[in-house]
Structures are given as C-alpha cells and as structure tokens.
Design a protein around this ligand. Structure first.
Ligand code: MN
Length: 226
C-alpha cells in the first residue's frame, strides 16, 4: 500500500517545488541587464531594455539617501521610499529590491496592501510596529505580531499586509522584496479610489453596506504613500 502512495507523494512534492520556483521572477539570463528607457541601443528583456554592457558604470548599481528620514505628515502617516529597478536600473532581472518606510508616532500606518510579484522581509530599525498579513480564502487568518527594533517579519507574496506604529516616537523599517519590480496594490485606494470609479452597486453588494457609505468612501481622497 505504501508503495502505491509514494509516487503520488513524490509528484506532489515536485509540483509544489515547481510552483514556488515559477512564482518568483525568472532567473536572470545574463550577469546583469541595466534598464534603459529606449530600445536603441539595447535588447528588450523582462519589461525593460538592457544597456549595452560596455556602457554600464557603477552609477547603474548605486542609490544613496536611504538613511534620510522622510516626512510622514500625510493622511496615513507613513512614507515609502523605494529602491527598485526604477531607482537602480542595475536591479533589472535580478529579482530583488529594497524600500525604506517611515512611520509617524502614535498611529503612522502603512495601509493594507499587497505586492503582486514579491514576498517581503521587513526589519524594524527604530520604533515599535504592529504588523500582520491575512491568509487567502477561505480561512482569511490574521497572522500578526508586535515588532521592536531589530525584529524581522515576513509577508508572503501576494498576501494583504500592513504595519502600524503603536509607539510614541517615529518608527523606521527597511523592507527587502523578492522582485526588482514588486508592484503595490493598496486595498482601499484600488477599491474605493479606482479611476474611473467602480459602479457603487458592485461595492455596495461586495461590502454589504448601503449606497451612501459607498458614495462617501468613493469621494475620499485616497493618498498614495509611495
Ligand atoms: Mn509591503
């Protein structure tokens, strides 16, 4: 009996492993592919053109200023400073990037959002953050924790997650992401701030609230913190 189950288990493990390999960005096909915004002279790879390797310099792999605190006086009380392929063209095709996140004292929030193309590892550099993510349907289990300086937390690819400064001082975190272009979908902005707006009947039924509340939410200014 055991023997008949083994090949199925092996297949399942293989399928599982293959899924996770293909869920991240494809491996680079060359040492690097420094992004340029025009196809001349270059080769189109992975959404960007590649600069002629002979013309590449250290500047293409460099970014500075991530030590600088950014203002957080905005409706959500947080500011994301990305360092991805848009800021560092040498990250193109390498499947990694960074972001600094500043949080205002007493309630600075990086609101619920997802990264369609990346998992995230967050390290708290200063302050105290309540962080969490929610698993997919049907469980929608909240996995959350309070983090202090030096603590690290993982947000798996695609899952809705947030960070909330519950301390009385500024908080700062550094996030590492498993894509050069992780993408961000801020849930409230995408749902209530879509342009053009989603038909209110859709949102009324989806959120099980009356039309006035939907209209109220759709009239809000949905701030983008990155
Ligand atoms: Mn994130």
């Amino acid at each position: 009996m055991k023997g008949t189950h083994l090949p199925i288990a092996t297949l399942a493990i293989f399928a599982f492993a293959t899924f996770f390999v293909s869920a991240s960005d494809p491996s680079p096909l060359q040492d690097f592919c420094v992004a340029i915004n025009s196809g001349l002279p270059g080769v189109f790879v992975n959404g960007k053109f590649c600069r002629d390797p002979k013309l590449v310099t250290a500047k293409d792999f460099f970014f500075s200023g991530l030590q600088i605190p950014r203002p957080t006086a905005n409706p959500v009380g947080s500011t994301v400073t990305p360092a991805n392929v848009e800021q560092i063209p040498g990250l193109n095709t390498l499947g990694i990037s960074l972001a600094r996140i500043d949080y205002a004292p007493n309630g600075g929030l990086n609101p619920p959002h997802t990264h369609p193309r990346a998992s995230e590892v967050l390290v708290v550099l200063e302050g105290t953050l309540y962080v969490g993510f929610v698993t997919s349907n049907p469980d929608n289990k909240l996995i959350s924790k309070v983090l202090n300086q030096g603590d690290v937390f993982v947000f798996p690819v695609g899952l809705i997650h947030f960070q909330f400064n519950i301390g009385p001082v500024n908080a700062v975190a550094l996030a590492a992401l498993s894509s050069q272009n992780p993408g961000v979908i801020t849930i409230a902005n995408a749902v209530f701030g879509a342009n053009p707006p989603i038909n209110p009947d859709v949102l009324r039924k989806a959120f099980q609230v009356d039309e006035k509340l939907v209209q109220y939410l759709q009239k809000q200014f949905w701030y983008n913190n990155s």
